[in-house]
Design a protein around this ligand. Structure first.
Ligand SMILES: [Zn+2]
Length: 437
C-alpha cells in the first residue's frame, strides 16, 4: 500500500493559498486548504483556485470534497478568495479558524491595507465583524465551522486515543484482501487535530495528522479596551461600546473614513492594544498548521519538492530538491511572529521535537517579513527545514520577503523559495510512504 502526500503553494501573489492532499494507491482520501486570499489582484487567486479544483477533480466529481479549510487569521489577503473557492469546488466539509475576540479581529481592519473596491471592503468588514455569518453566507449551512481557542497552556499534542471517527471513504475489496476503510477524527487538544485514520483489524489507526493551534498574543483586557472606546466616543457604558463594535455598518463607516479610523485607532492605542504608529509589523494572533505522519507501523518514505513548472523561476534557483534528508512534514505559520519567545516556546511545546524535526517545508511567517523571521526557533536546532517558502507578491508595500529571509536560510542549510503571482513560481512537495511488507 502506497500513501502519497502532495502539498501545493499556489501563485496568488501577496497572500496565501496552500492545498494538501493524501492519496492511497492513487485514490484521494483527504483534502485540505490553508488560507485562501490575496491582496495582489483578484484574478490570481481565481486562476489558481480554478487550476487547483481542476487538477484535483474537485469540480467534476461530486463525491469529492475539501475536508477542511483552515484560516490562519483575519487579514483579507488570507481569506478574501473564499467565495471563489466556494463557487468552484463541489463542497467544503468544515472550516477551522481561530476564535479570537471581536476587539482583536478589529485590529486587522485598523492596521492592514484595506481593499479599494467598495464591495470587497464591505465583504472584508462583514467577515471580520461576524465570521460565523459570513462563512455561512459563503459556504451554506452544511459546512461546519470550528473555532480554535487561543491559549497559553500548551502541551505536546498526543495523537491518540481517537475518540470518534467519521468514515469518509472506502477502497473496494477487489483491490485488496479486504476493503480499506478511511475515516477522519477531529480531536480537541492544545488546539485541534484532524486525523486521517485507517481501520486495521477493527481498530482505527491514525496515518496523517493536521495539528492547528493559536498562541495567545499579549493583549490588554477586554474591559480596558471597551472603557477606552467609551471614553473616546463619550458613550454611556461598555454595552454600548460593544454594540457599536459589533455593528458592521458602523465599522464600515469607520474604516471608510480616514478621520474616523484614526479615532478608533486612538481608542485602541490608549488601551495599549496597538502600538502608536501601528504598522503591519505588529505581532498578531495567527493559527499555525502542522501536517505530518502519525505512523506506528514500519513505513518507508521518499521526499521531493519542486516547482510545479519544469523550469526554475530564476537562474539562482534549484528547480528540484530531493537528495536531502526525508522530511515529510509541512508547517504553515500565517502571519504570526515566530521571533517572539512565547510563540517559539508554544510551537515547541505543541509539536515536540519529533514533529519539528520532520518539517521539510516551512512556510515563513508573515510572507517572509524580517521582524517575524523564525530565527529563534531555527536556532533551537529542532526545526531544520529543507525548504522555506515566502508567499509574497506585488502590491506589497512591506518589502516582503525581507533581508533575513533572503540571506539567512542558506546558513541553516535551507533553500528559499518565493512564490509570487507568477504561475511558474508555484511550489509543490511530494511525499511518498510505502508500507513495508
Ligand atoms: Zn498576511
Amino acid at each position: 500500500m502506497k500513501m502519497a502526500v502532495a502539498g501545493n503553494q499556489w501563485a496568488v501573489g501577496q497572500g496565501g493559498f496552500y492545498s494538501g492532499r493524501v492519496t492511497v494507491d492513487g485514490r484521494s482520501v483527504l483534502d485540505w486548504v490553508y488560507d485562501c486570499g490575496s491582496s495582489t489582484a483578484k484574478s490570481h487567486p481565481a486562476r489558481e483556485i480554478r487550476d487547483y479544483a481542476r487538477s484535483h477533480e474537485l469540480t467534476s466529481n461530486a463525491s469529492k470534497q475539501i475536508d477542511a479549510v483552515f484560516i490562519s487569521h483575519f487579514d483579507a489577503d488570507h481569506f478574501n478568495a473564499l467565495s471563489d473557492l466556494a463557487g468552484t469546488v463541489h463542497r467544503v466539509a468544515r472550516v477551522i479558524l481561530p476564535l479570537v475576540s471581536l476587539e482583536q479581529r478589529l485590529v486587522h481592519l485598523l492596521s492592514s491595507q484595506t481593499p479599494e473596491s467598495p464591495q470587497d471592503l464591505e465583504d472584508y468588514v462583514r467577515f471580520v465583524v461576524d465570521p460565523g455569518q459570513a462563512l455561512a453566507d459563503i459556504f451554506g449551512q452544511t459546512t461546519q465551522v470550528i473555532s480554535v481557542t487561543p491559549r497559553t497552556d500548551f502541551q505536546t499534542f498526543a495523537p491518540t486515543p481517537i475518540d470518534t471517527v467519521e468514515p469518509i471513504d472506502t477502497i473496494p475489496q477487489e483491490d485488496y484482501e479486504q476493503p480499506l476503510e478511511f475515516g477522519i477524527s477531529v480531536e480537541e487538544g492544545p488546539g485541534l487535530a484532524l486525523l486521517l485514520a485507517l481501520r486495521v483489524d477493527g481498530r482505527w489507526e491514525p496515518l496523517w495528522e493536521l495539528v492547528a493551534w493559536t498562541p495567545l498574543a499579549k493583549w490588554p483586557s477586554r474591559e480596558a479596551l471597551l472603557a477606552s472606546v467609551v471614553s473616546e466616543y463619550g458613550l454611556t457604558g461598555t454595552d454600548e461600546a460593544l454594540r457599536l463594535l459589533s455593528d458592521s455598518t458602523w465599522v464600515l463607516g469607520v474604516v471608510r473614513d480616514a478621520a474616523a479610523r484614526q479615532r478608533l485607532k486612538r481608542a485602541y492605542e490608549a488601551a495599549g492594544s496597538l502600538a502608536p504608529g501601528l504598522s503591519s509589523r505588529t505581532n498578531r494572533t495567527s493559527m499555525l498548521l502542522y501536517s505530518g505522519p502519525v505512523l506506528k507501523s514500519p513505513w518507508l518514505s521518499t521526499w521531493r519538492a519542486h516547482r510545479r513548472s519544469p523550469r526554475p523561476a530564476s537562474l539562482l534557483e534549484r528547480c528540484q530538491i530531493d537528495p536531502w534528508p526525508r522530511k515529510v512534514a509541512w508547517l504553515g505559520t500565517g502571519d504570526i511572529s515566530l521571533n517572539h519567545p512565547s510563540a517559539v516556546a508554544d510551537t515547541r511545546r505543541v509539536l515536540g521535537p519529533k514533529r519539528l524535526g520532520r518539517v521539510g517545508v516551512l512556510n515563513l511567517p508573515h510572507h517572509g517579513a524580517d521582524p517575524d523571521y523564525p530565527e529563534e526557533l531555527l536556532r533551537t536546532g529542532d526545526l531544520r527545514p529543507n525548504v522555506v517558502v515566502a508567499a509574497a507578491g506585488s502590491n506589497n508595500h512591506y518589502d516582503h520577503p525581507g533581508r533575513l529571509s533572503l540571506f539567512e536560510p542558506p546558513r541553516t542549510g535551507a533553500h528559499l523559495v518565493v512564490v509570487s503571482e507568477e504561475r511558474a513560481s508555484r511550489w509543490r512537495s511530494d511525499v511518498s510512504l510505502r508500507r513495508s511488507p
